[in-house]
Design a binder for this molecule. Sequence first.
Ligand code: FAD
Length: 418
Amino acid sequence: MDFSLSPRLGELKERAVDLARKIKEYEDECEARNGLSAQSRDALRQTVLASGLQAMNAPVEWGGAGFGWSEQVVVEEELGTLTNGLWAAVWRPTAAALLACTPEQRERYLIPENRGERFGARAITEPDAGSDPRRIATVARRTGDGYRISGEKWFVTLGDVADYLLVLAVVQPDAAPTMFLVDKDTPGVRMTATPHYTHNFAYEHPHFVLDEVEVGPEAVLGEVGGGLALVQATFFEERVLVAAHAVGAAERALGLAADWARERVQGGRPIIEHQLIQAMLADSATDIALNRTLVYRLAWEIDQGGDMRTLSAKVAMAKLSATEAAGRVVDRAVQIFGGRGYVRDNPVERLYRDVRVDRIWMGTSEVQRLMIAKEIDKRGLPGLLRFPVAYGTEGATGTDVPDALGGSGEALLEGAGR
Ligand SMILES: Cc1cc2nc3c(=O)[nH]c(=O)nc-3n(C[C@H](O)[C@H](O)[C@H](O)COP(=O)(O)OP(=O)(O)OC[C@H]3O[C@@H](n4cnc5c(N)ncnc54)[C@H](O)[C@@H]3O)c2cc1C
């Protein structure tokens, strides 16, 4: 077994470190104004384009970087060190769009998104449908060959800056959950609220109402009735990224706390010499080492391919473990800083607020546990716990997203969000 980073991954790591260093310059602005000015957003876009790390998950022929999962994780982990959700400035298209776009939709949405010219935001959650997206009440009624969509969507990350929404709605009278691509300037699409959240994030997470929004048949993403599979494919990808971000966030917090512990003198010596502080540092380093190993191994396994149901449960394990660990690590880092850890200009304080949502969005920790338990029940422990036998030398890459995500994504539905 070889756990070293290949030269390629090492080079990507360096590029990601360099990009994260440049984006960190926007952290204070983002915290102070709960977002970025249009000028900063534009400057950031140029910085990201120059890095070549945008659209990592999209095929090169569609203007993406075409990275495999290990490559993406190496980069995303580094982006996870950024406070205020600034990792979101390094855009990537939604997996659902990658999976299901028609050539026309690709030209209209995906390729401009890969270039950083148009952005999509996912509108799945509703007041009465969170962990269980099957409960959505948004309906799309057939009108000739098109649809009229009505409903309410909550917590739409990037909704303020997005050009279009990926809307999950139930096509009636067929009761078929379906994903639609809806331009935000379509009559009837209204942003109704912009709540304030625990974190001060690079973008908003507004609520929307869709009031009798007329769209043509070309707005359907994938197949009528295929919406939940696309949602789960998106969760699969996003959960890997959330896990990678969590590892990066935890390491930054621990690094800052360790430096402070060496510097700060109380009780006649640097606090790092107090055993209670040492225990916090040691537990945090152990949390990070364990979860980095888990997340990297997971990315490697997805690159090899395999049973998507088992891989989905493993993704759930990594998301659960890494985000819970990041919560512990960042909490200890605040404690090590004492009162200074509670001040908002300390990145540790911001990370403390930032990582909390990682246990909620893209499926709560409870939902991840349900998925893992279901896998144990259905297929047993070996697939979850043992190292796989090598499947061959030709692993999947980011350009093989449809395969890597299990074809239609149907396999991902089992046990997810339930
Ligand atoms: C900042 C932020 C950004 C977001 N961005 C987006 C976005 O871009 N697009 C989008 O569509 N959504 C987004 N969301 C919504 C997010 O995905 C949901 O909040 C999440 O899925 C949980 O749903 P809920 O909030 O309705 O909680 P609920 O589903 O109501 O859950 C409440 C509690 O019950 C638990 N629970 C639920 N079901 C079960 C069960 N079967 N067994 C045991 N416990 C259970 C949950 O774990 C949780 O503890 C965002 C949320 C936040 C906070």
